[in-house]
Ligand binder design. Structure first.
Ligand code: ADP
Length: 499
């Protein structure tokens, strides 16, 4: 008996965990060495001493547990906090079992405890670092994935779900149905090809492609994939990253656009200077033309009085037209010079009807030879507008000429409609519509930028200059979207001067 007791004592003493056996009064009967070290008790002899005397500051909740266990129930806890007398903290796992006497009564308690501080701290550190990683992924819009090739199971980090437009960890993704199906149809074949190539050769891939989210929106992602193979070179898994670079690419496009615009502005400035010089040079010959035309008209008028023939009559009206156009040319050049010098133009009250009538008259020849029908819809009670008539006529001429040129190859009836209506309070809206092929995709977004033209020999100046003139009047110039067939441009003109 003595020998067996001794063996039991050694077994308890050497147990690699905190073990203690207490009697019904919670006095120590036996304990392991580990019990002393775990609870920082030194070499104290605990046998016969009361548990609460050894641990004087023991919390009430533990005393409560002891009382319950002494009634015959076992209790356990997988993670509990233990505060030492010096204030330091440990974590432990414990189990308390009541032991029974030969008569079957509860003779006392056996405590088993295991210090798990290192594991708890490591788990907390792991949780923290996972959280930081997730935060970093969310900020950088960069997720990571892992694809087990044998089972076709893919693991996505939370950010990958967000990038692909799904609730986080909402399903178990698979290569074909969830990843490949989300890739934009035009990019799908290339991505699949790159994946297969990496699986076969082991060479990582890096690709940028589009994806479609369930809500229909499109994103641009940058994808990198690496392969892991077994000793025989058989692919085991692929893993990699996916980054949403949509905003970066949009910013780059915007920057390219701004650079292009800057280049345009520089060229426009240069052309502006050139135009200034040309305008100056043209002034003289135009004035001379106007003078000669005047002299010719006067001479023809004198002749006509003596020999009146239809031919002479025709010559006279042509001389008049030449004179009018030369004078008008001079006016335009002066206005152009004014525009460059930023001189404010002269605004007068004008009726839209008469303004349009002059323009249709000026275009009569072109319209007739292009076999175009005029359709002018201007209400009689439309308020008059305060504008520079020459400048606004220039705008109307540009818009009408574009309409005429657009219908050059049109087989059906060719028509230009000039219409006007009251717009927002204080404004009249003037529109020019044609029945041509409409605006081509390539120019639609850049229509009002200088040098944009689809015409052979076109300058791409008509619309930007027109817009500048209208904006100088405080108004707007725009094209009406979704006109079928043809194109319509409208501008707003002020009823009262804004300056
Ligand atoms: P340009 O007439 O010298 O080309 P614009 O600035 O007047 O310069 O016009 C720019 C471009 O806009 C044209 O080349 C043409 O492609 C397009 N455009 C303008 N008006 C029309 C229209 N009514 N119908 C179709 N395209 C048009």
């Amino acid at each position: 008996l003595h020998e067996s007791e001794e063996r039991l004592r050694i077994l308890v003493q050497c147990a690699p965990a905190g073990v203690a056996m207490l009697d019904h009064n919670l006095r120590y009967m036996a304990h392991s060495r580990r019990w002393l070290t775990d609870y920082q008790l030194g070499d104290r002899d605990l046998i016969g001493r009361h548990h609460y005397e050894v641990f004087s500051g023991i919390p009430e909740r533990w005393k409560e547990i002891h009382r319950r266990c002494l009634t015959g129930v076992a209790e356990r806890c997988d993670e509990d906090r233990l505060e030492h007398a010096d204030g330091s903290v440990d974590y432990m796992r414990w189990e308390i079992q009541p032991w029974r006497t030969a008569q079957g009564d509860v003779g006392g308690l056996v405590f088993f405890t295991e210090m798990i501080t290192e594991r708890v701290l490591a788990q907390a550190a792991l949780r923290e670092s996972r959280k930081r990683l997730a935060e970093a992924q969310e900020i950088a819009h960069l997720g990571n994935w892992n694809w087990d090739c044998a089972t076709d199971k893919i693991t996505w980090s939370d950010e990958v779900y967000r990038i692909f437009g799904h609730p986080v960890q909402s399903f178990q993704p698979r290569y074909e149905t969830d990843f490949l199906a989300a890739v934009h149809p035009e990019d799908r074949a290339a991505i699949h090809q790159a994946t297969l190539a990496t699986l076969q050769t082991g060479k990582p891939y890096l690709m940028e492609h589009r994806i479609q989210r369930p809500d229909g929106s499109e994103r641009i992602v940058r994808e990198q994939g690496v392969r892991d193979a077994d000793a025989d070179g058989k692919p085991m898994r692929m893993y990699g990253t996916v980054q949403d670079v949509t905003e970066i690419r949009l910013a780059e496009q915007q920057m390219t656009r701004l650079r292009d615009e800057l280049a345009h502005v520089t060229r426009v400035n240069l052309v502006g200077e050139l135009a200034g010089g040309i305008a100056h040079e043209l002034n003289q010959p135009l004035a001379a033309m106007a003078n000669y035309a005047f002299a010719l008209r006067s001479t023809l008028q004198g002749q006509l009085e003596s020999h009146h023939t239809q031919e002479m009559e025709d010559c006279l009206s042509m001389a008049r037209a030449i004179e009018d156009q030369a004078v008008r040319g001079g006016d335009i050049i002066r206005k152009l010079q004014g525009l460059m010098r930023r001189e404010s133009s002269q605004r007068i009250l004008v009726g839209i009807g008469s303004l349009v009538a002059e323009v249709t008259e000026m275009l009569a020849y072109e319209v007739q030879s292009a076999r175009i029908e005029w359709d002018v819809e201007i209400p009689d009670d439309l308020p008059r507008v305060r504008i520079d008539p020459i400048q606004i006529q220039q705008v109307l001429l540009n818009l009408c000429r574009n309409g005429i040129e657009a219908q050059r190859d049109v087989g059906r009836v060719r028509r230009i409609r000039i219409s006007a209506r009251t717009g927002e309070p204080g404004w009249v809206v003037l529109c020019v519509r044609d029945w041509g092929p409409g605006l081509s995709e390539e120019v639609r977004d850049v229509l009002f930028a200088p040098f944009v033209t689809t015409k052979q020999g076109g300058m791409g100046f008509g619309l930007p200059i027109s817009r500048r003139i209208i904006e100088a009047h405080g108004g707007r110039l725009w094209f009406t979207p979704d006109i079928q067939p043809g194109a319509e441009f409208c501008c707003s003109l002020p009823i009262e001067s804004l300056q």
